[in-house]
Design a protein around this ligand. Structure first.
Ligand code: PMV
Length: 328
């Protein structure tokens, strides 16, 4: 039996634009998905997944690929959740050269589902690591990242960049540009505060919305390119440790994402609460449409303000996690 874990993430700058080849910067955070894998003799796949959420709904089910659990979770989210486990196990079986290996998984996560905090990438990376180890094979982080990306790409119908999966696999701060993935050295602390509205955006639909807007309007395509410029500026600010500038660029990035139609009333309310509380910057993180914002604030003021913001269900300080996927 092997247990592996992998961190969630926030996207500091560049979501959506990264799908069209612009750079993005993401940070792994100290909230993990944990998966235990045990080889079984039956050739099947059994998944026990309790509490795949911070609070709110709980996913509990046992069964093979055809068994549909009876739980109170949006069907699309559940389908996707099962797709990540099944895809990750398929990748692990292939990597281990054991296509018929039976596997029993037990998963738990402290990352809310579909909240823009990388829960699916974390579950996928942890599952690949746990199952390959259980089948006697050791993959390096980059191979876990690559295989996890293939799973996300399939489950999300091609609407996925390498951002979440690479970040979860290697940890720390990372930069993604197309297929180029890079760990950013020298970033060990960022005063990140997360606000979560308890909801979930539909990543596939949001990506499709930006895609059609970009095709319809040149100025939307220009907006996507401008996000790329903002990210390049942010990378320099991060390198110089200039958090004031990084914050300003996060604010700018949120405005551009809003123009592209992926913000939401709850996200805007949390962003403004953070700014009013003195955060250096605040923006939605991940696909948007609902879910989470990330703010930069060394003090407790943003978290306090978010606690009193209508629509904010959870707020927490998100420490940068320098470790990626690992065996527990
Ligand atoms: O919803 P999340 O956290 O997986 O973020 C999606 C980020 C996008 O840029 C919209 C899509 C992607 O795969 O990069």
């Amino acid at each position: 039996m092997v247990t592996a874990s992998a961190p969630g993430k926030v996207i500091l700058l560049g979501e959506h634009a990264v799908v069209y080849g612009e750079p993005a910067i993401a940070c792994a955070i100290e909230r993990r998905a944990r998966v235990t894998a045990e080889r079984t003799g039956d050739g099947g796949l059994t998944i026990h997944a309790d509490d795949l959420s911070l609070d709110g709904f709980t996913v509990e089910y046992e069964g093979g690929p055809d068994g549909r659990p009876d739980v109170d979770v949006p069907a699309a989210l559940l389908e996707a959740g099962m797709g990540y486990f099944e895809g990750a196990v398929a990748q692990a079986r292939e990597a281990a050269g054991a296509p018929a290996a039976g596997v029993e998984l037990t998963a738990e996560s402290s990352i809310p589902l579909g909240a823009g905090l990388g829960s699916s990438a974390a579950v996928t990376c942890a599952t690949i690591e746990a199952v390959t180890r259980e089948l006697g094979v050791e993959l390096d982080e980059r191979e876990v990242a690559d295989r996890a990306y293939r799973v996300e790409h399939d489950v999300q119908d091609g609407n996925a960049s390498r951002t979440d999966t690479f970040c979860s696999a290697v940890g720390g701060a990372v930069r993604i540009e197309g297929d180029d993935t890079e760990a950013l050295d020298g970033v060990s602390h960022l005063p990140l505060v997360v606000g979560y509205d308890g909801g979930a955006g539909d990543t596939g639909a949001l990506v499709a919305g930006v895609r059609s807007m970009r095709e319809q309007y040149d100025f939307a395509a220009d907006t996507v390119e401008t996000v790329g410029d903002v990210v390049r500026g942010g990378e320099a600010a991060l390198h110089e440790g200039d958090l004031d500038e990084l914050g300003r660029l996060m604010d700018f990035n949120h405005g551009l994402l809003s123009a592209l139609g992926v913000s939401a009333r709850t996200l805007d309310a949390m962003v403004w609460a953070a700014r009013d509380a003195g955060a250096l910057g605040a923006k939605l993180t991940g696909a948007g449409g609902g879910g989470s914002i990330v703010a930069l604030d060394e003090s407790d003021d943003t978290a306090t303000a978010l606690r009193y913001t209508q629509g904010c269900e959870q707020t927490f300080r998100a420490e940068l996690d320098t470790e990626g996927v690992r065996v527990e």
